[in-house]
Design a binder for this molecule. Structure first.
Ligand SMILES: [Fe+2]
Length: 228
């Protein structure tokens, strides 16, 4: 098995099922082995720099993959969502730790710096010829269906489904986690936030799938003690 620092990144590469419309997993070819190893290296880079973001990326990756599965996406799309989740905040390496870990309220200037991370993540990965829209999903993961997101204020389905899934999964894990500036708010609070924002900040179908996972299927975030 191709293991990684966190033991999760390469798990998908070993399965034997075919993807629809993309890579096949009937064998791990040298090329896609390098691909998964490179993804793992990027994830490890984040782990050395910022343990919170590393754990957050793993949690978002797993929840986003589960939502994509619940929505009935193809195996290939599910894998793309999983990989985009694994790397979605990689652009935070360009944000000073003093800002990422700040306990007090962020100034407007500091928040604007944090907001650059989706563009930076895109720019880091845009030259990688992934068989999935990884760089675009990362660029769009803070876009919102009502146009209130960033960096381009895209609306509705102009936000690709992969990014809409990441946006909801990102919110759930962020709210369920303790942050330097606030205590954890918990899963119930996060699911309520998704419900209130359904159709505005979050895709209706994605919200429904996410709620179903936690409430009916007993889903739990990977690196978290958060319970319903
Ligand atoms: Fe983000």
């Amino acid at each position: 098995m191709n293991t990684t620092a966190n033991g999760t990144v390469l798990a998908g590469a070993e399965k034997e099922q075919p993807h629809r419309g993309g890579m096949t997993r009937s064998s791990v070819t040298p090329n896609n082995r390098f691909l998964y190893q490179t993804i793992s290296a990027f994830a490890t880079l984040v782990q050395y720099r910022d343990a919170y973001t590393s754990g957050h990326q793993q949690n978002v990756s797993d929840l986003a993959r589960s939502i994509a599965t619940e929505l009935g996406l193809s195996r290939n799309q599910i894998e793309g969502v999983r990989i985009a989740g694994t790397l979605h905040d990689i652009g935070k390496i360009a944000v000073p730790m003093a800002i990422l870990a700040k306990a007090g309220q962020l100034s407007g200037e500091e928040f604007n710096l944090i907001k650059t991370h989706s563009q930076v993540g895109h720019d880091i990965l845009k030259g990688v010829d992934f068989p999935w829209p990884v760089a675009e999903a990362i660029l769009q993961h803070h876009e919102r269906p009502d146009g209130s997101g960033y960096p381009r204020a895209l609306e509705g389905e102009a936000v690709i489904l992969e990014a809409r899934i990441l946006g909801a999964a990102d919110t759930v894990d962020a709210m369920a986690s303790h942050r330097p500036y606030r205590p954890a708010k918990g899963i119930k609070h996060a699911l309520r936030e998704l419900d209130v924002g359904a159709g505005l900040h979050y895709d209706h179908a994605v919200v429904k799938a996410c709620r179903y996972l936690f409430m009916e299927k007993g889903y739990k975030l990977l690196n978290s003690n958060a319970t319903i």
